[in-house]
Design a protein around this ligand. Structure first.
Ligand SMILES: [Zn+2]
Length: 202
């Protein structure tokens, strides 16, 4: 990129490496913003600054919010007895979009990964433990990812509720909707068979 001005290089580098954006996409975005979308560029710059200055973690569930508590934690219509533990804010959006859950959440902001220096402190599992101990939660859904780290994190959390009356469940894995069995990998198929649900009483 030696032919570019350092200002342009900085901007391209700022986009390069963001999730899903390589060098070519970064260049396309930057040239598009400068050439044809200057208003959008200013909006983008203001929106990023505004978010960085005003967005914090919800004091309860760790979702990003501009208040002390996020909208879900503040919503009295949500079921406070059931808590879904997820790894990221994007997971919350995915579950909310499914419109199949009306409880509350706890966002871990990651998964246990000692090699990357991510332990219980980084996931604020002590905070989760104090929520689980306050007596209002009757059930937790462990919606951790099905990676080795995700499973380890789910096991760790399961240990936190040992000896309590809290019911724990793990989200099921299996055949995707519209999926054909012959294209499903064998470990997913094994999980699907293990997690089969009864459809007949006989
Ligand atoms: Zn919250």
């Amino acid at each position: 990129m030696k032919h570019f001005s350092p200002i342009l290089q900085d901007l391209i580098n700022a986009f390069k490496g963001l999730p899903g954006i390589g060098i070519k996409s970064a260049q396309r975005i930057v040239f598009n913003l400068i050439q044809v979308n200057q208003e959008k560029a200013i909006f983008l710059s203001d929106a990023i600054k505004n978010a960085l200055e005003n967005i914090n973690e919800c004091s309860n569930c760790r979702m990003y919010t501009d208040s002390e508590f996020c909208q879900i934690c503040s919503d009295p219509k949500r079921d406070s007895t059931i808590l879904c533990v997820i790894e990221s804010p994007a997971d919350m959006i995915a579950i909310e979009n499914s419109m199949s859950f009306n409880g509350k959440y706890f966002v871990l902001m990651g998964k246990l990964s000692p090699l990357d220096g991510i332990g219980p402190d980084q996931l604020k599992l002590d905070k989760l433990q104090s929520i689980l101990k306050d007596g209002s939660i009757k059930e937790i859904i462990l919606a951790n990812s099905s990676t080795i780290e995700g499973e380890a994190t789910a096991s760790y959390i399961l240990n936190l509720i040992e000896g309590t009356d809290i019911k724990a469940s793990r989200i099921a894995y299996g055949v995707p909707m519209g999926g054909e069995l012959e294209y499903v990998d064998s470990s997913t198929l094994t999980q699907a068979l293990n997690n089969r649900s009864i459809v007949s009483k006989r």
